[in-house]
Ligand binder design. Structure first.
Ligand SMILES: [Zn+2]
Length: 320
């Protein structure tokens, strides 16, 4: 491994998703800290063990694990570390909201199914999707006693001072860590090559896209010198330029939705097929496309540009 910033090493852990790897960051100095945790699979555990072995350490030697958010590829091994006695931290918002996705999975799956139906997903697709979600759950080992961080809180990690910042949007309880020298550990709050998925899931905050755009503004204001990201990368050197590209992407997507809605009321599912016409998307990718479309619709609803037709499944129409 080469360091990606002073005292920070990247461990690329394999994940069985199109992105192929999740970047975990090992902070080494006065202590040893891991940011994010990959899925609970043998190849991911081996990647973590090998990365730590290069620094002459083992997983149980970690002082702390910090999770940027609760998505499976960042969270899946939380319980593995906890079982070794390593304290695992998340943002307080994530513990209150997102952690239940995995710790109370069955009710969440049922609520999600109702939410999928409400927004036009076909029954056969829902059946496939439930299987995908159950398979994902088998690759997750939730921690029983998550420890809490608060936005704005200064925290010493491996002897360096960081500040925790809440950046909702990609996930309600997403956090980033800003080191005093301007190095930002960004998780999936911004990414290179792809834009972070912003979805309206069951139980999500009211306007995830609005949250996400506000979080980009907040990141811009932090003036990071470089951002270490959760996939691809590892580093974004010109953070303001990348933020501007992501903002432009969402403006264009909102315009594309307006054009698609000009043909009459549509469900989020129908619109997702217009916005994401690619064939061969996996069930999970189609679900992301649907949730992203719904997040944009809900955002437009908040701006008064669309409204719901009061029937089930919910259809959206332009406000004339
Ligand atoms: Zn994520």
């Amino acid at each position: 491994m080469d360091p990606v910033a002073e005292g920070i090493w990247r461990i690329s852990a394999p994940i069985p998703y199109p992105m192929k790897y999740v970047n975990l960051y090992l902070l080494e100095g006065d202590g040893l800290v891991l940011v994010d945790s990959a899925l609970d699979t043998a190849p991911a555990r081996a990647a973590i063990e090998e990365g730590l072995a290069e620094r002459r350490a083992a997983p149980r030697d970690l002082d702390t694990v910090v999770l940027t958010h609760h998505h499976p590829d960042h969270y899946g091994l939380a319980g593995w570390f906890e079982e070794m006695g390593v304290p695992v931290y998340m943002l307080d918002v994530a513990i209150q909201r997102d952690h239940a996705w995995w710790s109370r999975f069955e009710p969440w799956l049922e609520q999600s199914t109702a939410h999928f139906r409400e927004h036009g997903m076909p029954e056969a697709f829902i059946a496939d999707l439930r299987e995908v979600m159950e398979a994902t759950r088998r690759r997750i080992r939730p921690h029983r006693a998550p420890l809490s961080l608060t936005s704005g809180q200064p925290i010493a990690l491996a002897g360096q001072r960081y500040t925790v910042h809440w950046t909702p949007g990609h996930a309600d309880g997403h956090l980033v860590l800003l080191r005093d020298d301007g190095v930002l550990i960004a998780g999936d709050a911004i990414l290179d090559r792809i834009t972070p998925n912003v979805g309206k899931w069951v139980g999500s905050r009211p306007d995830p896209l609005g949250d996400f755009l506000n979080s980009l503004e907040r990141l811009r204001g932090l003036e990071p010198k470089r951002a270490l990201v959760g996939h691809y990368g590892p580093a974004i050197e010109d953070v303001p330029a990348r933020i501007a590209e992501i903002e432009q992407h969402h403006r264009e997507r909102l315009q594309a939705l307006e054009r698609a809605l000009a043909a009459g009321p549509r469900t989020a599912w129908e619109l997702s097929l217009v916005l994401f016409p690619q064939e061969g998307l996996s069930t999970a990718q189609r679900r992301f496309a649907w949730a992203e479309t719904l997040a944009h619709l809900v955002h437009m609803e908040g701006l008064g540009r669309v409204r719901r037709v009061p029937e089930t499944p919910v259809r959206y129409q332009l406000v004339p």
